[in-house]
Write a protein that binds this ligand. Structure first.
Ligand code: NPW
Ligand code: K
Length: 505
């Protein structure tokens, strides 16, 4: 699913109106109906709803939503905030459509801002994608007052005051919504961790914008949906054997961190790899053989750390490296050898990233390789330097991937996968239960297995990240967020793959 800019969203709006031969008020009615349907589904009927409308079309949506909720039996109070001399045509059209018994309250100065109780429901329709400067003055006072009321806030399209696709200036007030229903496509701002407190839980509500326009609109940003993933997934062939699903090598584990190797290996095997060999320091031999009997185990000459590559390293289809390996000098040398000699796709995680980030010599060896990096934000900053904010991080992600022609799965609530073409795919599965030691090792194992099965590097990243999050979402139902461990994620990989191979409803 594409993510469009605010300007493109306006164009999509205009294009739809022209294509369908409808008026902009008709499209607004569609949007308001979609929002109202979502709102009623989410909250019980008969609730008292306070709808705050700004002067533009977002405010127009608010007025139409007020009328529709009123018709559905809710107690509704619309508010018209600020100077309405410049109100949009569709705002005015919907103001006229308000029934007699719905008298809007004008809020033209701070004294008129109502004090709302915690139990109230607020619909935030002050500003949408047409916001063109930070919100200050009376509008900011209203926003601050709504935020501090403790009432439940549902935003129309986007929390008012938040910029759709660029950094909101510090001085701008922003609604802190509990939930946001956005029209047709997700907005870039929703996918960035720095906006968690504003956007809350978000939902996309379709309003039938021109498919043709969306298809042709250029963008670098995408959200991965289940449908996208199901189209990527390759069924296993009837006349197949283990040789057809790749032989993966994992270089993982170190003294005191053998768990990382066990987790990566188990996840790799649960993700369909044909054969798996794991090379661990000598101290890990019995651990691996006992914990993961399906894997073949090789031992390093070093007792505690990775220090060498196995013989015949060319025979593997893919190599996953990093979980639990530490940053010893001997390990750095081995990583250097791997980068210098290997022509295989490499999945690089954890301390392998840290070692590369700290060495210009290793970095210089990254060119012309088939590489996937799976850093968390701290590891990513070690690679690219300090970032100023989440938009800056995205820009660094794109630049790094374009420079080294590599893939980076930058882990987070919406893991962002950067590609050599400068595209970014945001993931849509996963939950806070995954914020626990070892889940990253699991992801390394999954992606390594998928590359081994001949998925392209891009497919392996998108599918791997998605199924990793989906397994955690399925685990949520039995273990919950607090108790979730990385092993729970592995244990739910079978159900996650099954879920993806079942036909869409
Ligand atoms: N696209 C779609 O698919 C559909 C979109 N729809 C809806 O339309 C929304 C976009 O509407 P929009 O373009 O009228 O912009 P909106 O956000 O209401 O604000 C613009 C107004 O605010 C003003 N203004 C701006 N910044 C300001 C500030 N900081 N402080 C103070 N004033 C400020 C600006 O006036 P200015 O002073 O700049 O002249 C102008 O009056 C969209 O989010 C969705 O809800 C649906 O109805 C149908 C399908
Ligand atoms: K809004």
């Amino acid at each position: 699913m594409k993510i469009l800019s605010a300007a493109q969203t306006r164009q999509a709006d205009a294009c739809t109106i022209q294509e369908e031969g409808i008026s902009s008020t008709d499209l607004m009615e569609r949007a308001a109906k979609a929002f109202t349907g979502w709102f009623e589904n989410k909250f019980q009927s008969g609730t008292e709803v306070h709808v705050f409308c700004g002067p533009g079309n977002n405010g127009g949506d608010g007025l139409a939503v007020s009328r529709l909720l009123h018709e559905r039996g809710h107690r509704v109070q619309p508010y018209l905030v600020g100077d309405l001399s410049k109100a949009s045509d569709d705002f005015n059209a919907n103001l006229k459509r308000l029934p007699q018994e719905l008298q809007p309250i004008r809020v033209q100065d701070a004294a008129a801002i109502p004090a709302l109780s915690k139990s109230a429901f607020i619909v935030d329709a002050l500003f949408g994608t047409g916001l063109n400067r930070p919100v200050t003055g009376l509008y900011a006072q209203v926003i601050n007052s709504l935020n501090s009321s403790g009432a439940t806030i549902a935003s129309v399209d986007i929390p008012s005051g938040l910029y759709t696709d660029s950094q909101t200036p510090e001085e701008g007030a922003i609604i802190r919504a509990h939930c946001t229903a956005t029209f047709e496509l997700p907005k870039l701002a929703f996918l960035l961790p720095q906006h968690e407190q504003f956007v809350g839980e978000w939902h996309v509500v379709p309003i039938g914008l021109s498919e043709e326009f969306i298809l042709g609109a250029p963008t670098n940003f995408f959200c991965t949906t289940q449908e996208d993933i199901q189209q990527l997934l390759k069924p296993r062939r009837k006349f197949s054997h283990k040789g057809m699903y790749g032989h993966a090598l994992l270089l993982c584990g170190g003294y005191g961190k053998m768990g990382a190797a066990v987790l990566a290996a188990r996840a790799c095997l649960r993700s369909g790899v044909g054969l798996l060999t794991v090379q661990v320091p000598q101290a890990g031999y019995s651990i691996l053989q006992t914990a993961v009997p399906e894997a073949m185990t090789l031992t390093d000459k070093n007792r505690r750390h990775l220090s060498e590559l196995p013989q015949g390293v060319e025979k593997y289809d893919v190599i996953g490296v990093g979980p639990g390996i530490g940053t010893e000098r001997v390990t750095k040398t081995a990583i250097g050898q791997l980068l210098a000699t290997s022509s295989h796709p490499l999945v690089i995680d954890a301390d392998a990233i840290n070692l590369i980030a700290a060495s210009e010599k290793l970095k210089a060896q990254l060119y012309k390789k088939k590489l996937i990096f799976t850093p968390h934000p701290k590891e990513f900053e070690r690679l690219v330097g300090k970032v100023k904010n989440d938009y800056d991080r995205l820009q660094h992600l794109r630049e790094f991937c374009m420079e080294y022609k590599c893939y980076v799965a930058l882990k987070g609530s919406h893991t962002a996968i950067g590609t050599p073409e400068g595209k970014v795919y945001f993931n849509t599965t996963g939950n806070p239960g995954m914020a626990t030691g070892g889940t990253g090792d699991v992801l390394t194992g999954i992606i390594t297995a998928l590359v081994g099965q001949q998925y392209t590097l891009e497919e392996a990243c998108r599918l791997g990240v998605y199924v990793h999050g989906l397994a955690a979402d399925l685990a949520l139902q039995t273990v919950g967020e607090i108790a979730m461990t990385a092993s729970d994620v592995i244990d739910h990989l079978p159900r996650a793959f099954l879920h993806l191979t079942q036909p869409m409803p």
